[in-house]
Design a protein around this ligand. Sequence first.
Ligand SMILES: *Cc1c(COP(=O)(O)O)cnc(C)c1O
Length: 227
Amino acid sequence: MPDLNASPSSSPSALAAVEEEILRACSDAKRDRGSVTLIAVSKTFAADAIAPVIAAGQRVFGENRVQEAKGKWPALMSAHPGLSLHLIGPLQSNKAKEAVALFDAIHSVDRPSLCAALAKEIAAQGRHPQLFVQLNTGEEPQKAGIAPGDADAFITACRRDYGLEISGLMCIPPVEDPPGPHFALTAKIAARNGLANLSMGMSADFAIAIQFGATHVRVGSAIFGHR
Ligand SMILES: *Cc1c(COP(=O)(O)O)cnc(C)c1O
């Protein structure tokens, strides 16, 4: 595990500022605040940096590594019932068992072998994390995710071949692109596949993502500070 960052004293006020911006974006888009889930991305931050954010009322958190999450979340979750934990980073099939046991949602479903591993663990454990298929809307070779042209077939295979209930789509636009077109494409693919949830928008662009229909925004540095 990497060295974890110490507690920034300002995280509750940063959380309040993010909350205010979400409210404003919802109001601009004529959406209910309740239609957007804020996932506070706590990767690289230690439990003592997370505790003030829980104390400020935040209940949904995101981590990008199974091992790191296993090291800090079981204790936080037993101390604070009602938290929900989302895996937003890549998942190796051999960690599917741990991921299904620990997480309430997995945003990185991106290949058939992982679908098979998840289906097996969901059946074995009787736990049903909310599943998002990750799209690589920029078709970046170094990035995980399904290419837009393969998305319909992959979503169909998740459902038909693996019996997985897919809840939505997740995307991470290329850093150098304006994010709007990537969010719009993700929303369009979700709509034609009957998927209600859109995991899109990070610290730099969550208000834009809400404009394009995001139901889950994944916000890290704007809440916890720089990593
Ligand atoms: C780290 C991370 C985030 C949060 O990024 P910030 O820019 O710090 O808000 C969101 N989504 C994914 C997939 C991440 O890995």
